[in-house]
Design a binder for this molecule. Sequence first.
Ligand code: AMP
Length: 446
Amino acid sequence: MHLRAPAGTEDVLPERVAAWRRVETAAREVLGRCGYREIRTPVFEYTGLFARSIGDATDIVEKEMYTIPRSSAAAGAAPDAASDDEDTLTLRPELTASVVRAYLEHGMHKSRPFQKFFYLGPLFRRERPQKGRLRQFHQVGIEAIGSRDPLMDVETIDVFVRLLGAVGVIGSTVNLNSTGCRECRGVYRGKLSAHLRVHEGALCENCRRRLDRNVFRVLDCKVKTCQPAIAGAPPITESLCPACAAHFGAVQEGLKAAGVPFVLNPRLVRGLDYYTKTVYEVTSPYLGAQSAVGGGGRYDNLVEELGGPPTGAVGFAIGLERLLIAREAVDETARKGASAPPALAPAEAVSDLYVVAVEEAQRGAAFRLLASLRSATLRADMDYDARSLKGQMRSASRAGARVVLVLGPAEVAAGTVQLKDMAKGEQRGVPAEAAAEEAKRVLGLS
Ligand code: AMP
């Protein structure tokens, strides 16, 4: 049997984890600085949560959700978990619904209605895998729940841009639009349908179906033959009610005042039904066909639709895989530029210290020394494979160790150890019990 990871999933091997961590650390730092607190929700939820929030007629709910059939959900369930039978379980395809569910379930709408959350974690969508489009992918995102202030929309966009800056993704474009409220959308739905009906013959099969089910989705279509009809469609901004138009105006003013560049994109609709008023998507020239690094918007009806009080909310989600692709493409471009410095950081050392046993007989003592170094908070390791001195020294250098401690029969007998400073090429004997302190001195840690 040929074993491999499922289509649309990726292993992040140890060499790549450092890049992931850098992005995650930068994101946590920026979001913490801006007042967002981390929330962690389960990777699966009752299916109804997503069907109700994302919308029945969206691609995600129609065909991309990983739903565990009821029979198998029940088979593994404990007897007292009978409530699982009420609904199937679905691997989360996005996180906004989960965050709102948690907000309501824990009564935050009563105790402290204004909350700013961030999250970071895996999501699952049964999509056709390609570069930048996976079946398990990761997002970092924020949700600011409890405010209708246009400045809140501005803050989320500003935070998005800050985050891109912090991870070194330059040259992105903020595309901005407003999808209005229920009333504006009702008016617009009529105008858009009327326009698209005229061009129905030119639309792809999917879009013809969307005409009846969810006409806004047509604006999202990438099929070539649909583009003339989409380009000629009336912009939704012409159908905004006075309140939505004022909100949209205030967001644009706020962005200008904050010095956040944006472009208006009247065709921008996001793939989920819950958005109201502001929507945005950030695209990067460093990504291929899947050019959106992330997107977001306001969702003023969702808290109420999930059983809470009317509550304004706005948030975004950024794809971490795409953020990393963009980051690496920026580095690559900089490397090609004549004046650009080498952008890749040197390979990270795995260990600062390495313990080497000259003979098999000293391996036990070597392990005891290693354990004591680790207890002294040093990043230390030894070789569990190579037996020759040369082989162990090669492993030490591969690990990036700056200090090697060598134990031979004479050292074990005398209670000492040879401390080798790899940078200087110097070696001297030190008492075994002082090895940690001596090593710290050489490493500049004391
Ligand atoms: P969405 O929730 O669809 O607006 O997605 C927000 C961001 O998540 C996108 O801009 C991508 O960066 C990322 N994303 C969405 N779907 C996928 C996927 N299937 N594979 C990789 N990244 C994705």
